[in-house]
Design a protein around this ligand. Structure first.
Ligand code: IVH
Length: 681
């Protein structure tokens, strides 16, 4: 295609996607595809300067302001950022900065590395210490007035703390513009989606779009219910503030003023350290409780920033580093339905394999019948697939502009594809079930779960063997694993004496698993590892649990009425009774843990461990704390009593402890604490 035609085409396509992203909060394509379109346009414009126009999307920022909210002209424009996608581009930027600052090499530049929060940019104006206006970025010059909605965000100060400023020896600035990112913490996003699904409403695609939608509500009580959060990272106009000479000082000042400043930012001297920072977050992005899409690197010195200046679109003193995308598009080949251990029928997408966030995705969940309908995804569609962290890959929706003509809607099957029995959908439920208790698909997933790592951990008893044994009539439930006819197994293809011996030994070994592991393996709805531990500890024996009433179970710390009702109805069933007898006859351990005899010196205390200790393994250190009545959570919070720091500790835990002022102790001090329960002086 000739460059002029391609440039025009790219501008049209980018304008279309800009409107979907900035104005409708509903992007049709993943960010990476958008970035690549912009980049292609940029390259063409560089190669053919005669094709450049003033209003090219490579020059303009963002989208048009909407009619719903009043326009706000920013006192200082809200710029965009240039993007880099690999180490080479980051180093090339550093070299440009060094050249711009007329430095021999870049070793004296000094940078602040920040996380690139995947949210919505916000600018807030405080006059004489009072929040008077909050606006979106809009097109960079004019944004939208969303003050009423921002007033509902808890962590945002509505007024500067005069006493605190006085204590720091500072005056209240007459004008202060604070910029940063509004975002939705992942836990809130997941909760919101669970309630959407339960109500038969469409799931939200990702926290960023949900944040955008939440900020655009006309009714600010809806915004309030979304529990948004905020990180500040930049100053706009300031009148009457302290003299600041670095960006790092600006962040410290924001912190003093009471604004949330992301604790993961780092001040570094060299580009090598910048590269180490982005590499670290490439690995650890999912350790965070919110989403990031990269890092932002800023030249620290404000004088250097001024001398580098900006292009019309973005500052030269800052650079975004984009992490690999977690959303990609691919072809939806088919929709199938799988039946899980509770009989729940889950539609899933069979995809043209696509590499997303570190691995190839070939299947992705579509949640339930209603969600397929609401998303209107059809076999043959190009769809957006999302794989964030350890979350199961999900199909977000179709790219409608790429739908071939005449594509038929997909119908949920009337019968279970495995056993052929009709599906049932209980009144008022979003889920459809196969209710046939001997459906091979249900048995397969139940027995595989029972044998899996999180339950009885039977090495070698994976899904394909379970399927084979069911097919051969050797087992029909997990209790049958303890009375397998091994002579019959030896007649099967692929079962030599060694593999039989290994499998028998693994099953034998599983008989001595804890009662909690057995309870987990039963696959009782709502009963997770924590609930199973609590039941095992409180009742001490499977027989006692089976005899317990709902009320007795619900009274246990960590159980509650929902789990109790589900467990009691499970144990009341004939099927459970038969199963338990099979376990008993097979010699499976039904006994709970011995009650702890240790003095409960850590009662009410919460101790986090990071890094390796010499005298403890990861498990045993947790046991040592819990057996003395303490708690051993995986992350540091305000409630943490102390953080035990071992070899190669996690940077984020240490930083968080520092930020929150939580005492950090070494292994020797920890051992003393285990004896006395007292923190060292
Ligand atoms: S600085 C002039 N810092 O990324 C500098 N932006 O792609 C302006 N963002 O519009 C931005 N985290 O919405 C900056 N730590 C951070 C950021 C950040 C996220 C967003 C912001 C900006 C967009 C540019």
């Amino acid at each position: 295609m000739d460059p002029q035609a391609r440039v025009q085409e790219l501008r049209d396509v980018i304008a279309h996607h800009n409107a979907r992203y900035h104005e409708d909060d509903s992007p049709e394509i993943p960010d990476i595809d958008y970035d690549m379109l912009v980049r292609e346009l940029q390259q063409l414009e560089e190669a053919h300067p005669e094709l450049m126009v003033e209003d090219s999307p490579t020059v303009l920022v963002g989208g048009a302001p909407s009619a719903t909210f009043a326009p706000v002209e920013h006192a200082v424009p809200m710029m965009s950022l240039d993007n880099s996608f690999d180490e080479g581009e980051l180093r090339a930027w550093a070299a440009r900065v060094a050249k711009g600052l007329e430095m021999e090499d870049g070793s004296a530049i000094g940078y602040v590395c920040e996380l690139k929060i995947d949210g919505i940019a916000l600018s807030m104006r405080y006059e004489d210490g009072v929040l008077v206006q909050a606006a979106t970025r809009g097109n960079g010059r004019v944004g939208e007035d969303i003050t009423a909605n921002i007033m509902t965000v808890d962590v945002i100060p509505k007024q500067l703390d005069h006493d605190r400023l006085k204590a720091a020896g500072q005056a209240v600035p007459s004008v202060l513009e604070v910029r940063g990112e509004v975002y939705m913490p992942l836990a809130n996003f997941d909760e919101l989606n669970e309630s959407q699904e339960a109500a038969g409403l469409p799931r939200f695609a990702n926290p960023r779009n949900t944040t955008a939608g939440s900020l655009r509500q006309k009714d600010s009580s809806i915004t309030a219910s979304r529990r948004l959060a905020f990180w500040s990272y930049q100053l706009g106009q300031v009148v009457g503030g302290p003299e600041l000479s670095t960006h790092g000082e600006a962040l410290d000042w924001l912190d003093t003023l009471g604004f949330p400043v992301n604790p993961e930012h780092r001040k570094v001297s060299t580009i090598d350290e910048v590269v180490a920072f982005v590499n670290h977050w490439q690995e650890h992005r999912h350790d965070l409780s919110y989403e990031i899409d990269g890092a932002v690197i800023k030249v620290d010195s404000l004088i250097s920033q001024r001398s580098l200046g900006s292009t019309s679109r973005a500052p030269r003193w800052a650079m975004a580093y984009k992490l690999p995308p977690e959303e990609k598009t691919t072809l939806l080949r088919a929709i199938q339905v799988s039946v899980g251990r509770t009989g729940r029928a889950t539609p899933f997408a069979v995809l043209e394999p696509v590499f997303v966030a570190g691995s190839t995705v070939e299947m992705a969940t579509l949640h339930n019948q209603d969600q397929v309908k609401l998303k209107d995804v059809r076999p043959g569609d190009t769809v957006i697939v999302r794989k964030a962290g350890d979350v199961i890959p999900e199909v977000l929706g179709p790219v409608l502009s790429e739908r071939p003509d005449g594509l038929a809607e997909w119908e949920f099957p009337a019968n279970c594809p495995t056993c052929g029995e009709p599906f049932e959908r209980p009144e008022g439920e979003a889920n459809t079930f196969c209710v046939n208790p001997i459906c091979p698909a249900r048995q397969l997933s139940q027995i595989s779960y029972f044998s899996g790592r999180s339950a009885m951990d039977i090495d070698g008893m994976g899904e394909s063997r379970v399927a084979l044994f069911i097919e051969q009539g050797l087992i029909a439930d997990s209790g049958d694993l303890y009375s397998i006819d091994w002579d019959k197994v030896s007649e099967l293809e692929g079962f030599g004496q060694t593999s039989i011996d290994n499998l028998r030994a693994a099953i034998e070994d599983s008989k001595s698993r804890t009662l909690a592991a057995l309870l987990i393996g039963l696959g009782i709805r709502h009963l997770g590892p924590a609930g199973a531990e609590s039941l095992a500890e409180a009742f001490g024996h499977l027989d006692v649990i089976m005899a317990a009433s709902v009320e007795e179970m619900a009274a246990i710390d960590g159980v509650g009425p929902v789990i109790a009702a589900s467990a009691a109805s499970f144990f009341a069933s004939d099927k459970a009774k038969v199963l338990m007898e099979k376990f008993r006859a097979g010699g499976v351990n039904l006994q709970g843990p011995e009650r702890s005899q240790l003095p409960q010196v850590l009662e009410g205390l919460s101790i986090v461990v990071t890094g390796g200790l010499e005298g403890f393994s990861r498990d045993s250190v947790g046991d040592a704390i819990k057996s003395r009545g303490g708690k051993n959570p995986g992350s540091v919070s305000k409630k943490t009593t102390a953080v035990v720091v071992g070899a190669e500790p996690g940077a984020s835990k240490v930083t968080k402890a520092e930020t929150l002022g939580i005492p950090m102790i070494d292994e020797a001090q920890f051992i003393r604490m285990l004896e006395t329960g007292e923190l060292p002086d």
